[in-house]
Design a protein around this ligand. Structure first.
Ligand SMILES: CC(C)(COP(=O)(O)OP(=O)(O)OC[C@H]1O[C@@H](n2cnc3c(N)ncnc32)[C@H](O)[C@@H]1OP(=O)(O)O)[C@@H](O)C(=O)NCCC(=O)NCCS
Length: 277
């Protein structure tokens, strides 16, 4: 990361909002101006229950942003985070984490119990950031949530999204060891014809849902393979969520296969049987 002081703070002025629009363009390599959040929308949210944060340099430029408004998931109030992005040359230096922790402090001060957002479940980097690093939990799957998009991360593939919910006071979880992970069923196996969902076999407490490595390169070099993974992941997530599972972690798999990372899904306890008499 360039050696600049970076201030994570709320947007306050028209110049701040315009700097954040610029950061959004750069973080997502946007070619289509219609994806840029209008200043009026940012201001409206920031003044009325939402939160617009920037990672600002001393000269006023922004190198990261997050934009969130008040929302509900299954009737429960939350801060819904529409965007969190860091411009490429400042990624992977802890700034995304700083923005999310600032969102969490804000939600806690405002009496909100959770923050929710969606991301593309094929993006293993984002999955690691959201589930493994922050401790958010995947609870819903949206098929082609936004329809076709043209930005670099989304062009040419249905915009399926995983909804994650992040408790303001999360319960820490003990990671599973390699031996335990190796014993778990996998909901997708890779054969010569590509990825294939296996279907849930019984109702194990935990299952793994593998993702491909290097999806960005795959989408460039093998778009058919990337589309097959999209459909396999979609089918497995829909079945697992329908059966009451939640994605509680994102793990490295022992063995180092091509799809060497996976969502760890846990089932909710079954309701106690109703007594017959
Ligand atoms: C996802 C994103 C916000 C993370 O911010 P960041 O400042 O790079 O994240 P941090 O440095 O705080 O944390 C890095 C973690 O994020 C993960 N990550 C996600 N996307 C990444 C990327 N493109 N490059 C590097 N790391 C990425 C890494 O696995 C890393 O975990 P590790 O440190 O344990 O290895 C940022 O990479 C980004 O803006 N990406 C492009 C836009 C986007 O995808 N936004 C999220 C949509 S929900």
């Amino acid at each position: 990361m360039p050696n600049d002081a970076i201030h994570v703070r709320r947007a306050e002025s028209p110049a701040d909002y315009r700097a954040l629009q610029d950061a959004q363009r750069r973080a997502w390599s946007l070619a289509d101006e219609s994806y840029v959040v209008p200043v009026a929308t940012l201001v409206g949210a920031n003044l009325h229950g939402g939160l617009v944060l920037g990672a600002f340099l001393d000269d006023g430029r922004a190198v990261g942003l997050s934009f969130a408004f008040l929302g509900k998931v299954d009737g429960r109030l939350c801060l819904y985070s529409q965007l969190t992005g860091i411009v490429p040359e400042y990624q992977d230096c802890g700034l995304g984490t700083r923005l999310k922790l600032a969102q969490r402090d804000f939600a806690a001060r405002d009496g909100l119990e959770r923050i929710a957002w969606t991301f593309d479940p094929l993006q293993a980097g984002n999955a690691r950031f959201n589930l493994a690093k922050l401790g958010a939990v995947g609870t819903k799957y949206y098929v082609d949530m936004y329809g076709q998009r043209t930005d670099a991360l989304n062009a040419g593939i249905p915009t399926d999204r995983l909804l994650v919910e992040w408790e303001v006071s999360p319960t820490p979880r003990a990671p599973l060891g390699a031996n335990e992970l190796a014993r778990l069923d996998r909901l997708i196996v890779e054969g010569p014809d590509g990825p294939r969902p296996t279907g849930l076999q019984g109702r194990p407490d935990r299952v793994l849902l593998p993702v491909p490595g290097r999806i960005v390169a795959m989408r460039r070099d093998d778009p058919g393979g990337a589309a097959a993974w999209r459909l396999a992941l979609r089918s497995a997530f829909l079945e697992a969520f329908g059966a009451g599972y939640r994605a509680v972690d994102f793990v490295e798999l022992p063995g180092g296969a091509a799809s060497s990372r996976a969502y760890l899904l846990e089932g909710a306890p079954l309701p106690s049987p109703t007594p017959l008499v």
